[in-house]
Design a protein around this ligand. Structure first.
Ligand SMILES: *[C@@H]1O[C@H](CO)[C@@H](O)[C@H](O)[C@H]1NC(C)=O
Ligand SMILES: *[C@@H]1O[C@H](CO)[C@@H](O)[C@H](O)[C@H]1NC(C)=O
Length: 322
């Protein structure tokens, strides 16, 4: 049987004895790692690591109904200033419950370019909604891809809507042969819509040109500050690169961001390095239909914006800065 894992983007062929009564359930492993390096003359960095699972079921052909499970977030100080190095805590590891995402059901709708919008519980905290947006944004290609991608790949530029804005993005798509090691017996075979021969790998790399944006929000994971008007913190995003890897058994999508923040009152500049990653872990038969979203309201994918109808009424403004 064929199922849609990510609408307009990835399907999977599953071998099964009999049809799955409630359809498939996809489990994605989620990782968000953040390294904060405060200013010059420092001998350590602050790490924040979040791990979670995102569990989704298709809801019609163009949407997924999802929730997070088993979130675990912790922070610690490390000696290493290099965000790409696995860090060893120099002291206590503290649980960071405020970064552990709630488990309420929500929906993600797609169009041919990627994630189109969300449906969430109207009582969701704006900060929580932004964290969900950033993770779910990894399911978005950002451009419509089709069979035109040659055997060797292609490079093109286009305006891309993503969580933090609308910027000019260079897309580089490569198709490569891969070694045998990637053929794990997983019970499914993934297939991007633009076709992929078995044993090939597709890599999509996105480089966002952050000086060519029509709209840009300097967000970092878990923050509430970036769109608060009276904020004492100034932030700027200096890098945002995306990478997606697809083989017949793997789907991995991630983003690396670099954000600088400074406190006006203290003149200390902190550099934040963020790595977000979503990896398809399993496809299994669902046990039941996905639950409905309670008190459902549509929301955009854009950080800091509340409802689809982003009206400027007093009430919405209050919502945004809560
Ligand atoms: C996050 O950090 C953990 C622990 O150091 C590491 O195993 C994992 O690969 C990192 N993930 C990302 C996306 O950087
Ligand atoms: C981005 O989203 C805005 C608001 O929905 C829309 O007006 C614009 O056309 C979109 N741009 C792209 C490149 O999809």
């Amino acid at each position: 049987m064929n199922v849609i894992v990510i609408p307009f983007f990835i399907a999977a062929h599953i071998t099964m004895d009999k049809p799955w009564e409630h359809g498939p359930e996809y489990t994605f492993q989620v990782q968000v790692n953040s390294t904060a390096v405060p200013g010059e003359d420092v001998y350590g960095s602050m790490r924040l690591n979040l791990e979670s699972k995102l569990i989704c079921q298709p809801k019609g052909p163009y949407a997924l109904s999802c929730h997070f499970e088993d979130s675990q977030a912790s922070s610690f100080i490390a000696d290493s200033l290099d965000p790409s190095e696995p860090a060893v805590p120099t002291g206590q590891v503290s649980r960071q419950a405020a970064y552990e995402i709630n488990e309420d059901q929500f929906e993600i709708s797609f169009n041919e370019r990627g994630v189109d919008g969300l449906v969430v519980n109207e009582n969701i905290q704006p900060r929580e909604l932004d964290m969900i947006r950033m993770i779910v944004g990894q399911m978005s290609v950002g451009a419509a891809l089709d069979d035109d991608i040659g055997n060797d790949g292609m490079t093109f530029g286009a305006m891309e809507n993503f969580t933090q804005g609308e910027c000019y993005t260079t897309f580089k798509i490569d198709k490569k042969l891969v070694g045998r090691s990637l053929y794990a017996k997983r019970g499914f075979a993934l297939k991007p819509i633009f076709g992929l021969k078995d044993g090939k790998l597709v890599q999509i790399r996105k480089t966002r040109n952050l000086v060519m944006c029509t709209h840009k929000v300097p967000y970092f994971f878990g923050s509430v500050e970036s769109f608060r008007e009276e904020s004492d913190i100034m932030s700027d995003m200096s890098m945002s690169d995306g990478h997606i890897i697809i083989t017949s058994t793997e789907f991995i999508s991630g983003t690396s961001n670099v954000i600088t923040t400074s406190k006006i009152s203290e003149a200390v500049v902190t550099t934040l390095y963020e790595n977000v990653r979503l990896r398809l872990e399993s496809i299994r038969p669902a046990e039941s239909e996905p639950p409905a979203v309670k008190e459902a309201e549509p929301a955009t994918i854009f950080i800091g914006r509340w409802l689809i109808d982003d009206s400027t009424s007093e009430e919405d403004d209050d919502d945004m800065i809560r």
